[in-house]
Design a protein around this ligand. Sequence first.
Ligand code: BGC
Length: 727
Amino acid sequence: MKEYSLEEKARLLSGRDFWNTAKLCGADRIRFSDGPSGLRMQGKKGDHLGINGSMPATCFPAHSALAASWNRELVYKVGESIGKEAAFYGVDVLLAPDLNVKSYPLNGRNFEYFSEDPYLNGKMGSAYLNGVQSTGVGGCVKHFAANNREYGRMVCDSVVDERTLREIYLTAFEMAVKDAKPAAVMTAYNRLNGVYCNESVWLLNDILRGEWGFDGIVVSDWGGTHDRAASVIAGADLEMPCCYFSKDEITEAVKSGRLKEEEVDKCVGRIVKLSHRDKPPRADISGHKDFAPECAAECAVLLKNEGLLPLKQDMKVALVGGFAKKPVIQGGGSSRVNPKAAVSLKSCLKGAKYACGGAKAVRLAKKSDAVIYCMGYRGEDAEGADRDSYSLPEKQIKLLEKLRAVNKNIVVVLFCGCAVETSWDEKIPALLYAGLGGQASGRAVADILFGKVNPSGKLAETFFKSFKCEKQDPYSAVYCNGLMVGYRNGEEAKYPFGFGLSYTEFVYSNLRVNEKGASFDVKNVGGVSGGEAVQLYIRYPKNANAPDIQLKGFDKVFLNAGESKKVFIPFDEYSFRSFEAKEGKWVEASGSYEILIGASSADIRLCGVLERKGDCDGVSAPDTLCLIPESYPILRDKKGKVIATAETPFCELKNAKGVWGKIFVWLVLAVVRKKRTIYGTMEYLPLRTLAQYGGFDSSILKGITEIFNGKLFRGLKTIISKNKKDK
Ligand code: BGC
């Protein structure tokens, strides 16, 4: 440490470029690359929205699909495979898994998250992370924390009471940190109860490092730094991507006494330590393409089947919909992988006749025995913007009605990474939710439709009957639902959490519950072998003020026809705990806990009771009434005009003094209007971040703000004099 000057230390605390840290004597370069559904390894032209190209990589199912497998071993293997590909390309840290809870059904990035349930989220996250890190590549859990929607993501204040935060939004991170020890944690863009996550001493120092014992590095989300000195104090070690003003901010803060050099040293120490990790060995990655179909098949969920499936080989089948030919296998944004090969459903169903839509599709449906109609989203599952509605495009539903008028044997295959309204399925006999299954999803769907594979996926999120889309405030999201997230909120589900059909049937019996866990028998009583995701829910005693039931364990069992197996699901430190916000600690309410074994959250098959002597008589309900958002600092002059600063969100410039802001905003938004991810990201992007993405330094940022404040010549002078100095 003594050999580094303050400037050198400051240099280490910010990226050297878009993906790498600086290489200094004693500190090796650390290379980051995106996951989570595959490796997004970019060359010189880096970006955080999946705009520029990346090296070909295996595209595995999105997290949303993987969670539907309820299979930890499978998820481990996916993590391991992606880790091996990362090692192959010399990546040190993979930016995955993504552990945010799906509490807002319209979040554009829900496809990138595992579940609405914190326990499932945490178990899947740990399995994935252990898989990645078994290869020697580090994992980076993200986005810490309460980053549950995309709209205004860089300025939004998530306002959450502490019980809800701990039990719903932090639990998965806690589980992953404790069970899998990630090399890094990425802070979320948003504010949490008024403080940017990247600057929160409470979140990073007290909880993450203090309570959970995290000893890796904390890295900002790309462009998610605001006050660099404050973030160093909080223990946010690294600012990414490269930032030309971070160095000055750190050195100035130390010189002015605002920041102690020891704080800087702590961050430097952690980065240097990570940079010294052994380089992972290159492994053979040629088999991944064969593994991809197996994954996709386990992730698909059969939601409805009134005897139509599996289809018979000799049936005359009409294949309808553009998704069959041009498959949607993943979502958009920073997770976008350049797939090695993407198999379409059409290419796997050689015997079927295909029509994209229109009258040709109806004619074809009329003369066929059955219709496979592919519906879904193209573009809505994307980073940067939320969905406008919970429904599928009207056009697709209209075509479904026309097809049904001529053929009753319709199976809809749904390609999207999120729950949607499905009232249209009442008139059809079969519905298969393929999700975003990665490059081999076409193969997997074909195998399921024709019975080569027995579906065994179950929903990792509730499909509500409907969801009303209310206008959001870009600057705040008040979590007034408290603990009532997903299936916990008691709203009527169309397809409940944990639900999924099979071509066989399973019977549950012989429940035995003791202090260690629950054991029971599961028997496959149908005619074909299959997999069953068995779920353990706990109903807490009333005095715990908890949601009705909560998932606290699960397993996936594979059984041949007629076979039976004993399953044991152990309790763990998460089984009976509640967070008492008044005392700021985890407690256990004394009372009777009902242990429920189910095939889904709405299909409980066995029930037992466990009396527990906890450490308190009851737990306070979440205090959601006191949630008040912090306003966002937008400065205005006496006339109400916006005074541009580094923190001014881009779209607010249209109200700045002078015309330049208006012109700039109008021009940029007009150009990117049709590009969901870029438009959504740009809208509320603080100027500091905009400058950072553009590769500008602090004087250029200063010049730009002067121009937006109506001082064109002064601004130009600042920029030109800086350029001259550089030359
Ligand atoms: C995303 C992160 C991603 C980073 C780098 C950000 O926009 O939120 O998840 O890892 O970009 O691409």
